[in-house]
Design a protein around this ligand. Structure first.
Ligand code: NCD
Length: 312
């Protein structure tokens, strides 16, 4: 086994072997969850605090279920974004929490880098549940597990990540992870939603869906992140759907067995056709949610194990 990290702050610091270790353990949890063998004591006696400074339904619920299945004492702190002032407040909050001796701290924050800053101030394992436009490592890991289970591998698969790449931490973490695992990556979207410099990342960049989806094994759609846009990035939602929304006609350009993914929450009729999203022959969106619990169980289990062994 190889995974000697103290925190899970992003995909960037992970080696391919770390990713494989996480995915293998998550796969075992996914199977156990399906068998109904859902409970273990691997986090018994440990305290997990979920601190979400930004709204979330599925990620917070997923971390909570994961912790409870492993026997941790789980607490959710309701953090109001509006009351959060930069820097000082975050550090004060961290120090206050630290004094309560948590073992695992799960943090989502609207500012890129905030979770790394917090990890420097506390002496427990910190898991990044999404920070600004920076990283969302457990999302990329659950996406990778879903792909690996559907396709049997990650290397030499053509993965098209489509839509609002520029504002997406999900895209960033996925690009890092799939790059490390030697997938062939394509980024597809309007130039206004493509990050500056994307062409230098060793990926193919397309502004045309027909070209970008051609022969893809995996089509990953992203939400238009309106809350992170401060101007007119797209002409209209209708026009956007026409050019970049995934519908059966555009999907027909990908491989016949291509899978459709979306991290949620979805804007049906904006980036994806609602019927296609629900088509269980093509869409693995519900499986992504299922794998989310398994990946979070694996990540917290490995971090807790490292703490016990004084690693990381
Ligand atoms: C994503 C997020 O919050 O970064 N959602 C999620 O975690 N399931 C993507 C999004 O908000 O569009």
């Amino acid at each position: 086994m190889s995974f000697s990290h103290a925190h899970l702050l992003g995909i960037e610091p992970l080696a391919p072997q770390d990713i494989t270790t996480l995915l293998d353990r998550a796969d075992a949890y996914a199977e156990a969850n399906r068998r109904g063998d859902k409970h273990s004591d691997s986090l018994a006696g440990l305290t997990q605090i979920n601190m979400f400074f930004e709204n979330s339904t599925r990620t917070q619920a997923s971390f909570e279920i994961a912790g409870k299945r492993l026997g941790a004492d789980v607490m959710n702190m309701a953090m109001q974004t509006s009351s959060v002032k930069k820097g000082e407040t975050l550090i004060d909050t961290a120090l206050t929490l630290n004094a309560m001796h948590p073992d695992l701290l799960v943090v989502r924050h609207p500012q890129s880098g905030a979770v790394n800053l917090l990890a420097e101030k506390v002496n427990c394992a910190v898991l990044n549940a999404g920070d600004g436009r920076h990283e969302h490592p457990t999302q990329a890991l659950l996406d990778a597990l879903t792909i690996r289970r559907a396709k049997g591998r990650l290397h030499r698969l053509t993965v098209a990540i489509c839509g609002d790449i520029a504002h997406s931490r999900v895209a960033r973490s996925n690009i890092l992870l799939l790059g490390k695992m030697e997938s062939r990556l394509r980024l597809v979207g309007p130039p206004t939603l493509m990050p500056a410099g994307a062409a230098d990342w060793g990926v193919e960049v397309y502004d045309d869906m027909a070209e970008g989806l051609k022969d893809a094994d995996v089509v990953m759609m992203l939400r238009l992140q309106r809350e992170r846009m401060d101007g007119g990035f797209i002409p209209s939602e209708r026009e956007y759907y026409h050019r970049y929304g995934l519908d059966p006609a555009k999907l027909a350009l990908a491989k016949p067995d291509a899978i459709v993914m979306h991290p949620g929450p979805m804007n049906r009729g904006v980036e994806i056709d609602g019927t296609l999203a629900d088509d269980i022959n093509r869409s693995v969106i519900q499986e992504q949610v299922e794998m989310g619990v398994a990946v979070r169980m694996a990540a917290m289990d490995l971090l807790a194990q490292n703490r016990r062994q004084g690693l990381g």
